[in-house]
Design a protein around this ligand. Structure first.
Ligand code: SF4
Length: 100
């Protein structure tokens, strides 16, 4: 079994990538499925934290992002503290581990 992680060197990554490119897609998908089952079985995880965005402004410009807004697109740059509290209170019935 091959496990690629953040500890895999770039040389190892390149070697693995070259190897993967020779494997038919169906086989590669099957291998990936086997690894997923081996490591995580059929578990699906999620975070119980509630996300309260304090701002939609961001210095980065990731092309795929649908969250960040340009300053001209927002009525106010930051969520006022009263709205943060109201948002937290609205969601208190949800079984949550915390707020982000
Ligand atoms: S994904 Fe969106 S919010 Fe995240 S860093 Fe990129 S632009 Fe910013």
């Amino acid at each position: 079994m091959v496990i690629v992680s953040e500890y895999t060197s770039s040389a190892e990554s390149e070697q693995l990538l070259a190897e993967f490119e020779t494997i038919p897609l169906a086989e590669l998908l099957e291998r990936a499925k086997d690894q997923r089952r081996e490591r995580h079985e059929t578990s699906i995880s999620y975070s119980r934290k509630v996300f309260i965005p304090l701002t939609h402004l961001c210095r980065d410009v990731c092309g795929y992002c649908t969250f960040a807004k340009a300053p001209r697109e927002v009525a106010q740059p930051f969520l006022p503290p009263e709205q943060v509290l109201a948002s937290a209170r609205e969601r208190r019935h949800v079984r949550q581990a915390g707020a982000l």
